[in-house]
Design a protein around this ligand. Structure first.
Ligand SMILES: [Mn+2]
Length: 244
């Protein structure tokens, strides 16, 4: 019997929005850092077994070195594993942050960067996580294409970064997330990023959500993240958390 599993899902942090170093716009840098630090504090208090962060941790690959090192330190201080993929804002283009800095070298952090997708197993949790590294945000890139078959003995989790296009696989949108990869996947939870507001795209028994961004999309909105509890023989319990 599978042990229960608590997952934290946060995405689209966009650190260093409007900031590229120096004194100018440092208040924007500090605001985004503060939101992320507060988010990590809230999540830590919920004692998750792991955290999934499906892309756009940084607003661009030109984020300042100071913020990159600050972020590596913040992630490395967490008492649980963090699994991440790049998004379109911090994709694996030439000079990418995730090519220049060894996030996977942080003890509790795993980066899923393979272009064709890769699975990271967490044997102590009885879980495995699949994701792929976006090199270019284009209509050819399919964030969830190539997910391996679900394993019967583990919790099967996946991450993707892109726009949900439903059943319309033919699209000119960049990085389309298609329903056909969610339906009948047999996965227990698919953590999505890119859309900055909460969106439930679950299908036929597979829970799949955009958790929203921690920074509100408008002044009358609020940031969100998700906590998911998985227990044997029960559907995924998805809890949406608001950040004030
Ligand atoms: Mn994005």
């Amino acid at each position: 019997m599978k042990r229960s599993l608590r997952i934290a899902h946060a995405s689209d942090i966009h650190l260093d929005t409007d900031y590229y170093g120096g004194a100018e716009n440092a208040s924007s840098r500090d605001y985004y850092r503060g939101v992320f630090a507060g988010l990590l504090e809230r999540i830590t208090a919920e004692r998750p077994d792991l955290m999934l962060l499906p892309g756009d941790l940084f607003d661009s690959n030109r984020a300042s070195e100071d913020t990159i090192l600050w972020t590596m330190n913040a992630l490395g201080s967490l008492p649980f594993p963090v699994l991440m993929i790049p998004g379109n804002h911090d994709c694996l283009e030439e000079g990418a942050i995730f090519r220049r800095y060894d996030f996977a070298g942080i003890d509790n952090v795993e980066m899923l960067l393979a272009e064709e997708g890769e699975t990271h197993a967490l044997p102590h949790l009885g879980a495995r996580v699949w994701g792929k590294g976006m090199v270019e945000h284009s209509s050819e890139f399919r964030p969830l294409a190539g997910m391996p078959e679900a394993s019967a003995k583990d919790w099967n989790l996946a991450m993707g970064h892109g726009i949900y296009v439903g059943r319309d696989g033919f699209t000119f949108r960049s990085s389309p997330v298609e329903a056909k990869h969610i339906v009948r996947s047999g996965y227990d939870y698919i953590a999505l990023g890119h859309h900055h507001a909460l969106l439930d795209v679950s299908s036929d028994g597979t829970a799949a959500f955009y958790c929203g961004a921690p920074v509100p999309i408008s002044p009358d909105h609020h940031g969100t993240y998700i906590v998911v509890d998985l227990s044997a023989d029960e559907p995924a319990a998805v809890h949406v958390r608001r950040l004030e």
